[in-house]
Design a protein around this ligand. Structure first.
Ligand SMILES: [Zn+2]
Length: 225
């Protein structure tokens, strides 16, 4: 009986030690994996943040150019878009910081200027490329990694980009047609509202009381006119 008890006790202690080792090993492993996971994510976020930073600077230069070219509505649009990119970049920096990374700002270079129409086309192509080739995958990856904070920030960026594409396409349509200001369908938006929290951009016909992305009250929106 004593021998059986001794065997049982030995088996119990060995099992306990094995369980303890497995637990410690399990606790250590995710940390190791997470470090690698965030490394890739941080690389992508830095790339995205730098792109937003550069776009913000470029859109400001496009706005000055449009104003000088007697296109005040386009100048207003580019000013609003520059502010949107600034907010998006700040949100990106916050996520980078929350994941323990550091944002590396790009070196500022001068923007080659063309016509107002070309600037709109360039901005549309850039945003379409990001929306169609990049964001869906990035968002899906963040959701799969269960990083809701990152997924939400990326979803805001993508939604804001899609709206800006539509607004710019509308602006080109106005410039390319002979429709006058009396035709409601083809007129410039007089002003734009930008949510200071997520970078959502709205115009007169599409205004909402609360931001549909982050629920910020519209009275807090910044107005560009
Ligand atoms: Zn918002």
């Amino acid at each position: 009986m004593k021998r059986f008890f001794a065997l049982f006790l030995t088996f119990f202690i060995v099992s306990l030690l094995a369980l303890g080792t497995a637990y410690i090993d399990g606790k250590m492993r995710p940390q190791y994996n997470e470090e690698h996971l965030w490394h890739d994510t941080l690389q992508h976020l830095n790339e995205l943040g730098r792109q937003q930073h550069q776009q913000s600077i470029r859109y400001r230069q496009y706005a000055i150019h449009a104003q000088q070219a007697q296109e005040p509505q386009i100048a207003t649009l580019f000013r609003a878009m520059a502010f949107v990119e600034e907010i998006k970049c700040e949100n990106c920096k916050d996520v980078i910081g929350a994941l323990g990374g550091v944002f590396n700002a790009p070196i500022e270079t001068s923007t080659p200027l063309s016509s107002v129409h070309d600037h709109l086309q360039t901005a549309i192509k850039e945003k379409q490329k990001c929306h169609e080739q990049k964001m869906q995958g990035c968002i899906a990856r963040a959701i799969n990694e269960d990083n809701r904070y990152l997924a939400r920030m990326l979803t805001w960026c993508d939604a804001s980009d899609v709206k800006m594409i539509l607004i710019m396409q509308q602006a080109i349509k106005v410039a390319d047609t002979d429709y006058g200001p009396t035709n409601d369908e083809f007129t410039y938006a007089a002003c734009y509202w930008v949510c200071p929290n997520c970078g959502n951009i709205e115009w007169e016909q599409m205004r909402t009381c609360y931001c549909p992305h982050c629920m910020t009250y519209s009275a807090e929106f910044l107005i560009f006119e």
